[in-house]
Design a protein around this ligand. Structure first.
Ligand code: S3P
Length: 424
């Protein structure tokens, strides 16, 4: 499906963005690893999260929506041998590799053409050191076969900044003998650590080091999933770019390791208010509001800052085209290993719209501001590229046609419908 976006004169309104995808995956997967019932409120309704639900069913877990809208996860026993189709979802493949290493006699994990290109050795290597047998295709990608069992704790120094790798090791560590230590030199999203603590794991963080003691059973809990900051980011950037706009996004996740885009956009000249901070749940959420503001270019090259905006860099690139001066993103080579090569995808599309962008192995630089002209762009089969191009289309003259826009299903099926409610 290709979709046409017209230049918008203003965005205004209140929108509750759907539940956080990262937290939804963890609520399901850790629920499957727990004793008793895990109930989840506000789970993301997205293709990736449904992929995790199906995978857990293949493992023998009970995963159902209840009449009150909550999702129930309950595990009596994990099937000894099972197959997982992780579809397009890196989080499903990598976090479940951790659980399979601990709990499966034999598990086969595969994914779609995009996921089959993404690196899996980064997960296989620590899991093998813990005692699992992991065989990957072509020495480093899916399909994977994992023979799990009796694991032992390790000390693991992360070689790439990846919350998915850290989470896989911690999940395996919950079932391993002894202590597992992960040294996370660059702080990445900590949803797994927060949820494990809430579920009774013996887990502690000291500086960059996270320790989990194996053999302490997880207890099912009730999880309230806040709105997904990564989904909110598209509306925040569009609002800031379009004169006269103002939006309010209630109950949106603002975990500092996820919401780094707020700091970058503030440095560029935007302002945000976060009201009614909800602290009764384990993850921080707030009512987030912003309005149009003129922006100026900045450099973002600090590894921790990059990790805190990793999924928002495509939409930040769109903001950069409208900012006065140069915006440079460095140290973001991980963008080349996402659902598409996001550095190339951003550059290709923004050039088609008339922007000035230079790419590097580990990032890009945009010279702004440029008046964007509507053109044909591609999602590159990547949900975050499709949504970022929708934001570009709202500011570009004329109309912008996004090829394969239905890929937004991966994280946010109602994205275009929700966007329409804000356009005035
Ligand atoms: C995610 C971690 C990030 C992120 C992805 C979701 C997670 O990937 O890009 O969209 O839920 O843990 P990496 O951990 O590979 O950096």
């Amino acid at each position: 499906m290709s979709l046409v976006i017209h230049k918008a004169s203003r965005l205004e309104g209140v929108l509750k963005v759907p539940g956080d995808k990262s937290i939804s995956h963890r609520a399901l997967i850790l629920g499957a690893a727990a004793r008793g019932r895990q109930t989840i409120d506000g789970i993301a309704d997205s293709a990736d999260v449904r992929t995790t639900m199906e995978a857990l069913r293949a493992m023998g877990c009970f995963v159902e929506s209840m009449p009150d809208g909550r999702t129930l996860v309950l595990t009596r026993a994990i099937t000894p041998e099972f197959e997982i189709d992780a579809g397009n979802s890196g989080t499903t493949a990598r976090l479940l590799a951790g659980l399979a290493a601990a709990r499966a006699r034999r598990c086969h994990i595969d994914g779609d053409a995009s996921l089959r290109k993404r690196p899996m050795a980064r997960v296989a290597e620590p899991l093998a050191r813990m005692g699992a047998r992991v065989v990957l295709a072509n020495g480093g990608t899916l399909p994977a076969t994992i023979e799990g069992g009796a694991l032992h704790g390790i000390r693991y120094e992360m070689t790439v900044p990846s919350a998915q790798v850290k989470s896989a090791v911690l999940i395996a560590g919950v079932f391993a003998e002894g202590e597992t230590t992960v040294v996370d030199r660059v702080p990445t999203r900590d949803h797994t650590e927060i949820m494990l603590a809430a579920m009774g794991a013996d887990i502690a963080r000291e500086g960059n080091t996270v320790r989990v003691r194996g053999g302490v059973p997880l207890e099912g809990v009730h999880v309230t999933v806040p709105g997904d900051f990564s989904s909110a980011a598209y509306f925040l950037v569009a609002t800031i770019l379009i004169p006269g706009s103002r939006v309010h996004l209630p109950f949106t996740g603002v975990n500092p390791r996820r919401a780094g885009l707020l700091n970058v956009l503030e440095r560029m000249g935007a302002a945000f208010s976060i009201d009614a901070l909800h602290t009764g749940i384990s993850e921080h959420a707030g009512d987030l509001a912003t309005a149009h503001a003129p922006l100026h270019g900045v450099t973002v090259d600090d590894p921790a800052a990059i990790a805190s905006i990793i999924d928002e860099i495509p939409v930040l690139a769109v903001a950069a085209t409208q900012a006065e001066g140069r915006t440079e993103i460095r140290g973001a080579g991980e963008l080349r290993h996402k659902e598409s090569d996001r550095i190339d995808a951003i550059a290709h599309n923004l050039r088609a719209l008339g922007a000035s962008i230079e790419t590097f192995d580990d990032g890009f630089a945009v010279e702004g501001p440029t008046r964007l002209r509507g053109a044909a762009v591609s999602s590159f089969g990547d949900h975050r590229i499709a949504m970022s191009m929708a934001v570009a289309g709202l500011v570009a003259d004329g109309h912008t046609e996004i090829d394969d826009a239905s890929v937004v299903e991966i994280s946010y099926p109602k994205f275009f419908a929700d966007l329409r409610t804000l356009i005035r």
